[in-house]
Each structure stands twice: as structure tokens, then as C-alpha cells.
Design a protein around this ligand. Structure first.
Ligand SMILES: *Cc1c(COP(=O)(O)O)cnc(C)c1O
Length: 338
């Protein structure tokens, strides 16, 4: 698939490394677990949103934008990385923050909220959970246009067709790395939220004939609600690329057993996963996304979903900045978070 006709900015100087996790594999008792370090991508610190922003920013700059507007939850990694990209390109950046849990946004909180201020966000509008985010961002854009400015709206998670190109690029990068390493993979485990990451990989795998099964772990929805979103995102990306493939329903698989009680709310399996990876490999996960995604990998392994000899690649999508806003939860005994 040819991505070269889409404007792109580069925020990472090299492919994200793929590493084998010997101690974690041993602690788990198999299968063989590998990790792709998208938490090491650029942008203070980066994560999966870095890849999406490369193409979204390319588009924003091509359209002459001077201000980015995006939205997210109070501890949004996506907002932080969008702001970091804006800083790097000399643009302003504004957020609309959705308080999915009433009263949960505290500008003085640690983690990403600290980073919003450190990186110099221009303005934040807080709206109640369930608000129409597209409308709320459009309202901010209208105010800026009235001042003669040129806003560019990025949807939540950067998950539209343009943002999803970042994960088509990731699929191609991964294909190359596995070829160089001479290391086949039997499964790739990926988080599934606003779905640009999962959907982009589905599109990239289909378009590049990569036949490794993708296992999505929902961070906010069960498969009945999540899979259609991923399918729609993957199709939108393939359509944008003018690739003549209709995404088959079987190409999208996800599990919804690890996100409860609610998006961003802790559970004991998440705490166990974060402690286990930190204490076997010194790699940090986050409480909202990758802790629950890794809990899914651990849970599926224990259930015998993977063969003991399988090679399973975990995509680390970043987010450890949020760890500092949840320190006592993630340090506690697993049962303390129930
Ligand atoms: C946003 C995010 C995800 C989910 O990715 P989507 O593309 O929104 O599905 C996973 N992990 C981290 C750390 C994130 O910030």
C-alpha cells in the first residue's frame, strides 16, 4: 500500500523496537511474549497517538491550520500528544475535556493534567459526560474563526481515516521488522478504544497480506459494540487509500472481559498486569489502557487461548504518564483496587 501521497510529519527517528520478554514469559508460564515499543515513539513521551498525529498534522499543515482542537477524557494521552505535536510545529492547541465521571477533571492533578500545563495548552473547555464532542469542538472552532484564526479539529483519539494511516504504516514497519528478524508471530495483541489503532492494523494487515491474527482487547466496550467501530474505521482507511477490499467481519476480533467496571476505572487484573511487567521487565504500563490490555493477554494465556509454543506480540501503545495520577492504586495489592 502506498502511503507516500499523504502529507506526513515525522516524530520518531526510528522504528519502535520489538523485544522478547524472557522474564515475563517465564512468570506467565508461556506462550512466548514479545513487545513492540510504541511507548518509545516521539512526542513527550509518545504512544500510539504519535503515529496518528504524523498524518493528521501533515493534513493540518497542508490546510494552513494555526490551531489544533481535540477532545478526550481528563487524563487523555491523546490530548497530551496532540499538544506536543502542536508545540513542535509552532501551532496553538485547545482541548474539550469530557468529564465521563462527574468532577473528575482537576487541572492541578498529576499525570497528563500536569503535562497539559507543562506543554502550555492554550485553553481547556470542560463538558459533562455524554456531551456531543463534535459540536463542542465546532463551537471552539467558530470562536477562533471569528478571530481570523485557522482551527483544525481532530476527533477523539485521532481516530478517523487519516489518523488510521499511522497504523497502516505501523503494519508495514512490523512486517519489515519480522522479516529482518526472521521471526514469525502467531498473534498480535492490540488495545481497542476509539479504534484507530486496531482498525489501522486491520486495514494494514489486509492490504499487505499479513495473515497474523489480531486480537483486540476492548478498553471501553464489549465486542458487540466495539467490532463494528473497528470494522468501520478499517473500511474508511482502505477507502481513503483507494484499496479495493471490503473488510470481512472475521477480520475483526475483540474481547471485552477486562475493561470493567468502567472505562478508566481500575480493576485487580489491571493492577496485577502493571506490577508483573514492571517487576519482571522494568517496562511501565498505564492504568487506563495498556494495564487492562496486558491483563487481557495474561487472562487469555491462562485460559489456554494461545498454544504454549506460540509467539505473541503485545503492542505497547504508551500511556505511562497517567501512572502518576494513579500511584496508590497501582502500588496496592491487586485486591485493593476491586
Ligand atoms: C488511546 C490509547 C489506546 C487506544 O487506542 P485507540 O486507537 O483509541 O483504539 C491504547 N493505549 C493507549 C496508551 C492510548 O492512549
Amino acid at each position: 500500500m502506498d502511503l507516500s501521497r499523504f502529507p506526513r510529519r515525522r516524530y520518531s527517528s526510528m522504528p519502535s523496537p520489538i523485544e522478547f520478554l524472557p522474564n515475563f514469559t517465564k512468570a506467565l508460564g508461556g506462550p512466548r511474549i514479545w513487545i513492540k515499543r510504541d511507548d518509545m515513539l516521539g512526542l513527550a513521551p509518545g504512544g500510539n497517538k504519535t503515529r496518528k498525529l504524523e498524518f493528521l498534522m501533515g493534513d493540518a499543515l497542508a490546510k494552513g491550520a494555526d490551531t489544533l482542537i481535540t477532545c478526550g477524557a481528563p487524563q487523555s494521552n491523546h490530548c497530551r500528544i496532540t499538544l506536543a505535536a502542536a508545540v513542535k510545529e509552532g501551532l496553538k492547541c485547545r482541548f474539550v475535556i469530557e468529564e465521563r465521571i462527574a468532577g473528575s477533571y482537576d487541572p492541578n492533578a498529576s499525570g497528563n493534567n500536569f503535562m497539559f500545563r507543562m506543554l502550555g495548552v492554550e485553553a481547556i473547555t470542560v463538558v459533562p459526560g455524554g456531551s456531543n464532542m463534535a459540536e463542542a469542538m465546532e463551537k471552539v472552532a467558530a470562536e477562533l474563526r471569528a478571530e481570523g484564526r485557522k482551527p483544525y479539529i481532530i476527533p477523539g483519539g485521532g481516530s478517523n481515516a487519516i489518523g488510521g494511516l499511522g497504523y497502516v504504516a505501523c503494519a508495514q514497519e512490523l512486517q519489515n521488522q519480522l522479516l529482518q528478524m526472521g521471526q514469525p508471530m502467531d498473534h498480535v495483541v492490540v488495545g481497542s478504544g476509539s479504534s484507530g489503532t486496531h482498525g489501522g492494523l486491520v486495514a494494514g494487515f489486509l492490504g499487505n497480506n499479513i495473515h497474523i491474527p489480531l486480537v483486540g482487547i476492548g478498553v471501553s466496550r464489549d465486542p458487540a459494540d466495539q467490532n463494528p467501530l473497528v470494522l468501520k474505521e478499517a473500511q474508511a482507511i482502505l477507502d481513503l487509500l483507494k484499496v479495493d477490499i471490503k473488510v470481512p467481519a472475521e477480520a475483526v476480533l475483540s474481547f471485552g472481559d477486562w475493561w470493567r467496571p468502567k472505562y478508566s476505572m481500575p480493576n485487580p487484573a489491571m493492577v496485577e498486569a502493571i506490577q508483573m511487567l514492571a517487576r519482571t521487565e522494568a517496562i511501565l504500563l498505564d492504568p487506563v489502557y495498556t494495564g487492562k490490555i496486558m491483563a487481557g493477554l495474561i487472562g487469555l494465556s491462562r485460559k489456554g487461548y494461545f498454544k504454549p509454543t506460540d509467539n505473541v506480540l503485545f503492542l505497547h501503545t504508551g500511556g505511562a504518564t497517567a501512572l502518576h495520577a494513579y500511584e496508590s492504586v497501582v502500588l496496592g495489592e491487586p485486591s485493593a483496587a476491586a
